[in-house]
Design a protein around this ligand. Sequence first.
Ligand code: ADP
Ligand code: MG
Length: 737
Amino acid sequence: MSKIYKKMSTLRFKALESALTRVPRTVPAPEGKISDYFGQNVFDKNTMQKFLSKESFKQVLEAVESGQQIERRVAEQVATAMMAWAISKGATHYTHWFQPLTGSTAEKHDSFFELSDGNKPIENFSSSALVQQEPDASSFPNGGIRNTFEARGYTAWDPTSPAFIMESNAGKTLCIPTIFVSYTGETLDYKAPLLKALHELDQAAVPVCQYFDKNVTKVNATLGIEQEYFLIDIALFNARPDLETSGRTVFGHIPAKGQQLEDHYFGSIPSRVYAFMVEFEIEAFKLGIPLKTRHNEVAPSQFECAPVFEEINLAVDHNQLLMDVMDKVARRHDFKVLLHEKPYAGINGSGKHNNWSLTTNTGKNLLSPGNSPKTNLQFLTFFINTIKAVHEHADLLRASIASASNDHRLGANEAPPAIMSIFLGSQLSQILDEIEKTVVKEKLTPEEKTQIKINIGRIPEILLDNTDRNRTSPFAFTGNKFEFRAVGSSANSSNAMLVLNTIMANQLKEFSKEVDALIAKNIKKDEAILKVLRKYIVETKNIRFEGNGYGDEWVKEAKKRGLSNITTTPPALDAYVSKKSKELFKKNNIFTERELEARHDILLETYTKKIQIESRVIGTLSLNHIIPAAIRYQSDLIRNVEGIKAIGLKADSFKTQLDLIKEISEHLNVIKASTDAMTDDRRKANKIENVRSKAIAYCDKVRPHFDTIRYHVDKLELLVDDAYWPLPKYREMLAVR
Ligand code: ADP
Ligand code: MG
C-alpha cells in the first residue's frame, strides 16, 4: 500500500464506490390491483365481521363510534378472533404498539405460544392480553411522574385504531394500537391526550352544528399528512457519524449546484428511488395506509408522499407506521431515509404539512363552503372560529411544533417562520372585511341583512378561483381545509393536533356560550351568530397575513403587530405551562397541571439531549477527523516547501504552499479553541439542576459554537486535498442515483 493511499480517507471513498455501483432492486409485486391487497394486513371492519358474532361486531362498532368501553365478554371474542386471523396470516407474536414521548413508536413482543396445564404447547391470546399490558417502561420519559418507586405504567387497547400485522423478513407480529398511561392515571404518551382532545372537539362542535342542522350528532376531525423526506445511500450515511447520531450534517460546504437550478421539483424520479417508493407503498397499502401522491421535492434527493386524509387518530397512527415502514424498506434498497427537519444546511428542510378539517356524521365538510347562504354561514362559523382559536393560542400552537430539529427549519430557506399567522386568500379576506364593515347594531337593517346575505352567498363561486395559494404561511386556508405547515418532518403529529383540536374545542364552547347569551336576549339566531363572528373578525385581524412569510419585512411587520417570533425551542415551550394554557387544558379535560409540567420537562430534557449529542459529535468530528486530515495535508505542504528549498528555488516558487499552510493553521486554531470552549460550556450546562435553565444554557451557550466551528471546517473543506477529506461531501450525498 502506498503512503498516499494510507493517508486517504478510505471510508469515504469506499462508500462512494458502493454508492456509485448500485443497481435498482427488483421489487416483488403482489398479485392484483392495489384495491385487491389494500388493508390485507389489517384487522379492519370487514375482517372483524367475518370473525365475530353479529352481536359482538355491533358492540365493537358502537364502542368505536361512541368511545364507550367494550364489555369483557366481547373483548374475549375479539381477542380470540384477532389471534385466529393473525395466525392464519402467519403471525407468531403480538405486541401493544404505543407512542411514548420519545417520538418513535414502542413495541414489546410476546408470543402467542404457551404451555397449557398438561405442558401441551398451544397458542393463546386472552382478552386481558388484548386489553391491557404492563411494558417494563421505566426507561420511557415521564418527567418525574413515574419514577421506578412509584406506580408502573400500562398500555390499554384503543379499539378506534385497528390492529395490524407487521411483516419483516424474520417473521410477522400482530400490533395492537394502545394508549400508555401511568397507574395513577397520568398520560405518558401522545395518543391518550389526542383522543381526549378529539372527544372534546366533538362535544363542542355538535351544538354549533345544530344551530344549522339538527341531524348532526357527531363531528370528526380529519387529517391528511404530507410527509417530506430525504434519501441518502446507506454507505454514505454510514460514513457520516453526524448523520448517524444526530440525523443531520453538522459540517459540509454547500455545493456549487445546490438547489439554485430547482430542476429537481417534479422532475423524473431516479429509478433506484422509484423502486424504493413502489415497495414502501406496497407495504403501506397492505397496512391500510391510503397513500395517494409521490413526487420529488424542491431540494435534490428530497421527496414527498401524501395519503388520502383520514380521521385524525388513524391518520396519526398511519403516519407513525409509515415512517417506520419507509425506514425498513429503505434498508432493502441500500438507502437511509432522513426524516430530520434539516439534514443539510443551506438546502430546503422537510416538513409534515398537516391538512386539517372537520366533518359531520351527515357527511358535510365544515370547512367547505356550501351552496346556500345558510350552509355558508355554517362554513364561516367554523372558519372564523378556527382563526379565533389560533389567534387566542398562537403561542401554544408554536410550542406544539417546537423541537431542536425544527428550530433549524422554521425561518430558514423555504420554510414558514416561527411567527404564527394565518393566510385566508384574497377573496375570503374580502368577505371578512365586508362583514366587519357592516355595523352590527342590536338589530340589522333589512339592507344590511341583504348585504351580508349576498356576501355570504357569494362564497362558493369565488372559492373556485381561489388559486393564489400562499405557500409561505405556517397556517393557510386551502379551499376546504386548513394546512398547518410548520409541523416538522420527524414530529409525531399528535402534538400539533392535540393542541389544535383542544383550542378549537375550547373556542367552539366559548362561541356557543356567546351566541346563546344573545339568543336569550331575544336576538335572532342568525343575527346572534353574525354578531359574534363579526366581533371575532375585529379581534383577530393582526394574525391575518397574505404577504410573503419568508421575507424580512414580515418579521418587522409582525413585531409591529405584536405577534411573537420565538425562534428557539426552550422559550417556545414555556407556552405549555403558562397560566392560560393550564386553564385551557384543565377546563377541557386534556391535561392536569401535573401532566403539563411533566410534559414540559420531558420536552426540555429531549431538547437538551439532542443539543448535547450534536455538540459531542461536533467535538469528535473536529478533533478526530477534521483537524488530523487538515494537518496531514499541511504536513505534505511543508515537506513540499522543504523540497523546493532543497533544490535551490526561491520563495516565489512556494508562495501558494506557504499561504495555504498559514490559512490552514488559522482555521485549525479557531476550530480547536471553539471546540474547547464548547466543551467547557457543555460541562457548565451539565451542572445545572433546573430543567429549563439547563435547556436554555444548551440553547444560548453551547449551540452558538456550532456555527463558528462549522464555518471554519467548511472553509477547510475547500482548502484540503480532496483525497484526504474524511466526510462524504454535500455533492456526493445529495446526488442520489
Ligand atoms: P398540496 O401539495 O397542494 O398541499 P397534496 O395533494 O399533496 O396537496 O396534499 C393535500 C392533502 O390534504 C392530502 O393528504 C389530502 O388528502 C388532504 N386533504 C384533502 N381534503 C382534506 C380534508 N377535508 N381534511 C383533511 N385533509 C384533507
Ligand atoms: Mg401542502
